[in-house]
Write a protein that binds this ligand. Structure first.
Ligand code: NOJ
Length: 549
């Protein structure tokens, strides 16, 4: 496998609105990010993925872009953006941008033009259909609820929106539209960005008439065309958000020979705590054995061809320590265990802001405290469908996207040190003790554990290129696996729960083991019989050899 810079990097996702507010208007901004670059440097971060900072009416927090070439004034100016690039590069930190090109905002000039008439030059930038018997063209539904078709009275046609009606879908069949996208991507590449995270990119090949959303027939053609016309000429990182990815099509995206993307975000593991066939709000307990099956399937499938991305969190997902860890007594231990489990694998790990200090889900008492358009829609729908208020609030507490979007907790000062103004969204009240300041002062904090994991990836080829091998697939409490490269091995053992458990690893008289990292002091050195305390996670380096090297 040809080595790439992004094989050794850990990527830190910033959700600008909630990261750091420099001008005290209650909204995070670019200058606020610049103020925290040294913090990220200390964590060991070399790449930032910036969620959208473009001009936007913010119906979906920036994922509805009205101008790809300018910065939302709440976040700053293009000069601030240039400064962010400069200051990051001075610290050897790269920036990758969110690329949202499945849809634009309905306030984008292309759409404003397109709506004017059927023969407007921009009409065909979007997807329009005639009514079917006076109704929607078909039953395609929006990922935010309701029909994916919105009626436009003045031209008597419907347009497609796979998200909110303020996010009309671009028509990728239109070559002129595609060329406009290449131009825009090259504008940002020329500015010195280091790559793109591509929002719902598996939707661009859709066929709305056949009601196909993901993995449409022309998807890979478009990506290859994008490669040739934009990032293919540069050494950039590209990661596609692909909710519908299977291991088979992930290889299509990420096999370097095919010249598409470097890797994709796949979400199969993120569906394990919902009732199969239902929506993510229909909760089910996670089975560790299933988690092992899914993660291992991806590790094996993309072991030699393609490349995995590794993540527990992003701005659409609940906080992992509340989801699959323990956000009470064992918050610190379980956050470190989950980090170890993931960062020991093969692929490029992503850390979402606040994950590195073990931030938790927010318990909001009322639907009014939730801001996210998806959450509000789901609430209304489920009330209509007869769910009780209590049931709905329970699933929101577990799964709402706002869990990840509460302001970053910097200190125990008012508003968690995020802003001196009123934050755009409620701060999680536990900021008084879960915050960066405390984490930096405590050598046992989650922060320093992440710092060590990040450092290990930079300096240990076993973590980067070692082959993955799952141990004890049926063990219901312990997730253990090896990483193997030539004569060296890593053994990663994680107790996923609070009960103490034993783990036995086969050894010979020549087996030597040393601990590279653990979330407890004095973890067992005898790997033939390891007693794992609640949420204990250990990385051992193992070698077999008669000589005493
Ligand atoms: C995926 C993004 O991550 C999410 O936040 C957004 O709502 C949808 N795509 C639509 O852009």
């Amino acid at each position: 496998m040809q080595q790439q810079w992004w094989h050794k990097s850990v990527i830190y996702q910033i959700y600008p609105r909630s990261f750091n507010d420099s001008n005290n208007d209650g909204i995070g901004d670019i200058k606020g990010i610049i103020q925290k670059l040294d913090y990220l440097k200390e964590l060991g971060i070399e790449v930032i993925w910036l969620s959208p900072i473009y001009e936007s009416p913010n119906v979906d927090n920036g994922y509805d872009i009205s101008d790809y070439y300018s910065i939302l004034p709440e976040y700053g100016t293009m000069d601030d953006m240039n400064k962010l690039l400069l200051e990051s590069h001075q610290r050897e930190i790269k920036i990758i941008m969110d690329l949202v090109v499945n849809h634009t905002s309905d306030q984008h000039p292309w759409f404003i033009e397109a709506k004017k008439s059927k023969d407007n030059p921009y009409r065909n930038y979007y997807i329009w259909r005639d009514p079917m018997n006076g109704q929607e063209p078909n039953e395609l539904d929006s990922n935010f609820g309701g029909s994916a078709w919105e009626y436009d009275e003045s031209t008597n046609q419907y347009y497609l929106h796979l998200y909110s009606k303020q996010q009309p879908d671009l028509n990728w069949e239109n070559e002129t539209m595609r060329i406009s996208i290449w131009e825009m991507m090259n504008f940002w590449i020329d500015k010195g960005i280091s790559g793109f995270r591509m929002d719902v990119i598996d939707l661009i090949g859709k066929n709305p008439d056949k009601q196909i959303k993901e993995n449409g027939p022309k998807l890979h053609d478009y990506l290859q065309e994008m490669y040739i016309n934009t990032f293919g000429k540069h050494d950039l990182l590209t990661v596609g958000e692909t909710w519908g990815a299977t291991t088979e099509n992930a290889k299509l995206y990420s096999d370097p020979k095919r010249k598409e993307l470097n890797m994709v975000f796949q979400f199969e593991h993120m569906n394990l705590d919902k009732i199969p066939g239902k929506r993510r709000w229909d909760l089910k307990k996670l089975e560790l054995v299933e988690l092992k099956q899914v993660l291992s399937k991806w590790q094996y499938a993309l072991g030699q061809e393609g490349w995995n991305s590794l993540f527990w969190n992003n701005h659409d997902l609940p906080r992992i320590v509340s989801r699959w860890g323990n956000d009470g007594e064992y918050r610190v231990k379980s956050a470190k265990m989950l980090a170890t489990l993931l960062h020991g694998m093969k692929g490029t790990p992503y850390v979402y802001q606040g994950e590195e200090i073990g931030m938790t889900n927010a318990v909001f008492d009322s639907i009014d405290d939730y801001i996210d358009i998806e959450t509000r829609n789901v609430y209304k729908e489920r009330i209509k469908d007869g769910f009780s208020e209590e049931e709905i609030m329970k699933s929101l507490y577990m799964k709402a996207r706002d869990n990840a979007r509460t302001p970053m907790q910097w200190s125990d000062e008012p508003n968690a040190g995020f802003s001196k103004g009123k934050p755009w969204m409620k701060v999680n009240p536990n900021y008084t003790y879960i915050n960066v300041k405390n984490a930096l002062e405590d050598e046992d904090s989650v922060f320093y554990h992440y710092q060590k994991l990040i450092d290990m990836r930079k300096n240990n080829n076993l973590i980067v290129y070692g082959t993955y091998n799952l141990l004890e697939p049926d063990n219901e409490n312990i997730y253990a696996y090896e990483r193997i490269l030539e004569n060296e091995k890593l053994l990663i053992v994680c107790n996923f729960y609070e009960v103490e458990k034993k783990f036995y690893y086969p050894v010979t008289e020549y087996t030597k083991a040393r601990i590279l990292l653990s979330n407890y002091n004095n973890s067992g050195l005898d790997i033939s019989n390891i007693r794992l305390r609640p949420y204990e996670a250990i990385i051992y380096q193992i070698s077999e050899g008669k000589s005493d090297k």
